[in-house]
Design a protein around this ligand. Structure first.
Ligand SMILES: C[S@@+](CC[C@H](N)C(=O)[O-])C[C@H]1O[C@@H](n2cnc3c(N)ncnc32)[C@H](O)[C@@H]1O
Length: 254
């Protein structure tokens, strides 16, 4: 796939265990989705396209909010898992850089933890093409609190295996500056909603293994990293709650 960024070219989310993804990754605060729906001026039955939908964690929330959701996801295993729990949702096999959707027809697009995998410039041009003028782009992220001791302990391990800042590239990566400076969409508002993540300590390694950056490590480093996470987790209480919030950034199509 010429022109795609190195992550997209070398990494397929089908390398991630989709069952673990579905089970251990957090979904998104209901209040965050309600705020997005209100701020975007969406009503029952309005269309929203969930790009990079994965197993459908945000998709499900959008469906529950009464929207007509189209899920776009390039990974076959991810799509299959989404279809299993959301059989009524239209699922489209496509990438953000080339959306098989008509021009100027969509009132809103939602993207959760996807932008860091896109080739940002063509993706922005394509997203802008399908959103109707004045429409909304909502970027959802689950942000773990840096001061949370469990999160800090996980990041301390990850940072030894990945280049600096990689652990948080899904939320704060270079794509974010490109998006805000693009001119394709204008930042309009941002809001965060508390959304602590409760997880069995014995499953923290399985959660970490669902990160694309971790899954793409060479085999030996991958094994070593997860071994260290397991050793760290074994010293924690059986269940922990990691302080986190769902952040929603709103952009208007220019
Ligand atoms: C971290 S997951 C996020 C999934 C879901 N939105 C969620 O919040 O759980 C990123 C998803 O982006 C998909 N993806 C990767 N490259 C993409 C691209 N260029 N266009 C659209 N989706 C892409 C992957 O297959 C994966 O399912």
């Amino acid at each position: 796939m010429a022109g795609l960024n190195p992550n997209t070219r070398r990494f397929s989310h089908d390398a991630v265990n989709v069952e673990n993804y579905e089970r251990y990754r957090p979904d998104y605060a209901v209040e965050a989705v309600a705020w997005f729906v209100g701020a975007a001026g969406l009503g029952p039955g309005d269309r929203v396209v969930d790009v990079a939908a994965g197993t459908g964690k945000l998709t499900r929330r959008l469906v529950d909010a009464g929207l007509d959701v189209v899920a776009v996801e390039p990974g076959p295993a991810m799509r299959q898992r989404l279809a299993l729990s959301l059989p009524g949702v239209r699922v489209v096999a496509a990438m953000a850089e080339r959306l098989p959707l008509a021009t100027g027809t969509v009132p809103a697009i939602a993207i959760a933890h996807g932008f860091h995998l896109f080739d940002v410039e063509p993706a922005l041009a394509e997203l802008r093409r399908v959103v109707r003028p004045g429409g909304t782009l909502g970027v959802f992220s689950n942000v773990y609190a840096p001061h949370d001791p469990v999160n800090a302990a996980v990041d301390a391990v990850i940072d030894r295996f990945l280049p600096a800042g990689k652990a948080s590239s899904a939320v704060f990566g270079v794509w974010h500056d490109a998006l805000t400076a693009s001119g394709a969409f204008e930042p309009s508002d941002v809001r965060s909603f508390d959304y602590p993540h409760a997880i069995l300590s014995g499953k923290i390694a399985a959660l970490v293994a669902t990160s694309s950056d971790v899954a793409a490590l060479p085999e030996a480093a991958h094994r070593e990293l997860l071994g260290e996470i397991e050793a760290m987790s074994a010293r924690l209480p059986p269940e922990v709650t990691i302080a986190a919030e769902t952040q929603v950034e709103l952009f208007s199509r220019t």
